[in-house]
Design a binder for this molecule. Structure first.
Ligand code: GLU
Length: 436
């Protein structure tokens, strides 16, 4: 069996971290089993769907490295939906309904006030159709047996269809609701695993009967717990945190992938530089039932850890020309974002004005300025410089290193000076030491 998964966003907005997590898990599952990962654009809502969002979805998936093996769109498949709908109608599995939303709401309130579940009450099959009213359509659930499946995340699931309303699948204007087209497509595209959020669990119960009514066996389902913010709720910020924003913050796509792949699972979040180890280890049985908490601070930290192991070649196209491989290797342990590499260009090549030193520092710098011109820049100049200054002034430890680091880099902390100094322009370094 070839594994085929799909990511099925509605192009009515930008992807946020929650959707991306679903896309990622579908992609990982397909890749793990050498299968196919499809992008299905759920654009049955022609009014709200926008081409710019379709383009943005593709671009976001590409940025994340989630390559797709095919793209389909629902708006091109209305003929198929119509044909399947006719079959279900002929089989008595879909039927017309004429209630207005107001009537339905009143019935609902009455049932609730009697302490009854607000389940839609079917009309007798021979009830007369009101004249001049276009019907909407419901799918007739079969009440004979419980709906059961073993969810890859949630384990055994069981629904009593008699407690469920027959779902509306088509509006009076002929437009489609999500439920039936999705099933028709999952069958036509040979989807083997449906991975989506747990907000779809009750849809799944109805959809399993739709698969059966259309003569197909349902795929396997994995309903993952929702993603929430650190405050434990579905926050507004999380719902709107798009890829554009993260890209601008300087987040590496692999950092987001590494976090979302493992968040809410019993596998640890690790600073990987390729998705391969994540793909290999994905297992829905290790996904938790509790909401997964997404923390932007955790993402920033992970980004930093990943950068520390990222090779020059992987980032070269985003670095200023002045940052070569040696310079990258020296500064990467101190970068939170790739963008911050630009701040180091002035440290290496100038222009750069060293901060003023205190009296003690000045003595160190005076000795350094004297020793520096005689140093061989190719033979561990930092060791030679600190050795000479120590001998001349008696300074050691922090009192020796800090004034030198400050004068040469403008910072109190940073990369190992032994590695950094030979990469700083020699004349620049000498003039910085002589500046005070
Ligand atoms: N378009 C649906 C959604 O975004 C797809 C759900 C599914 O994966 O079946 O919720």
């Amino acid at each position: 069996m070839t594994v085929i998964t799909r990511f099925a966003p509605s192009p009515t907005g930008h992807l946020h971290v929650g959707n991306v997590r679903t896309a990622l898990h579908n992609w990982m599952w397909a890749r793990k089993y050498g299968g196919r990962f499809l992008l299905r654009i759920d654009d049955t809502d022609l009014e709200r769907s926008k081409e710019e969002y379709v383009a943005a979805i593709r671009a976001d998936l590409a940025w994340l490295g989630l390559d797709i093996d095919g793209e389909e769109r629902q708006s091109a498949r209305f003929d198929l939906y119509e044909a399947e709908f006719e079959k279900l109608k002929a089989a008595g599995r879909v039927y017309p309904c004429y209630e207005t939303p107001e009537e339905l709401e009143i019935r609902r309130k009455i049932l609730l006030s009697r302490g009854l579940p607000p389940v839609y009450e079917r009309k007798p099959l021979d009830a007369p159709a009101p004249e001049g009213v276009a019907p909407h359509w419901r799918f007739r659930l079969n009440h004979d047996a419980p709906i059961e499946w073993t969810d890859m995340v949630r384990g055994d699931q069981r629904f009593d269809p008699a407690t469920m309303s027959d779902p509306v699948i088509r509006r009076a204007d002929g437009s489609w609701l999500y439920l039936l087209p999705s099933v028709i497509d999952d069958i036509a595209m040979g989807i083997t695993h449906v991975v989506r959020g747990e907000d779809h669990v009750s849809n799944t119960a109805a959809q399993i009967q739709m698969f059966e009514a259309l003569g197909a066996s349902p795929p396997a389902f994995a309903h993952e717990a929702l993603l929430v913010g650190i405050e434990g709720k579905l926050s507004k910020r999380l719902g709107s945190l798009g890829m554009e924003n993260l890209r601008e913050q300087g987040i590496e796509p692999i950092a987001l992938v590494a976090l979302l792949a493992r968040l809410g699972t019993s596998d640890p979040v690790e600073p990987v530089t390729t998705p391969a180890p994540l793909v290999e280890s994905i297992d829905f049985a290790r996904f938790g039932r509790a909401p997964a908490r997404f923390d932007e601070a955790e993402l920033a930290l992970l980004n930093q850890k990943i950068l520390h192991q990222t090779d020059y070649a992987a980032v070269a196209d985003r670095l200023p020309a002045a940052i070569d491989a040696a310079r990258w290797n020296a500064i990467r342990p101190n970068l939170v974002h790739v963008n911050a590499a630009a701040e180091w260009v002035a440290v290496f090549d100038g222009p750069f004005t060293p901060p003023a030193a205190d009296a003690e520092g000045q003595a160190v710098l005076a000795a350094a300025a004297k020793a520096a011109p005689g140093l061989d820049w190719n033979a561990d100049p930092w060791r030679a410089l600190t050795g000479a200054v120590k001998e001349a002034t008696g300074a050691k430890g922090r009192a020796l290193f800090l004034p030198l680091r400050r004068a040469l880099t403008g910072r109190d902390h940073g990369p190992d000076m032994g590695e950094l100094l030979p990469l700083i322009d020699r004349d620049q370094a000498i003039s910085r030491l002589s500046a005070t």
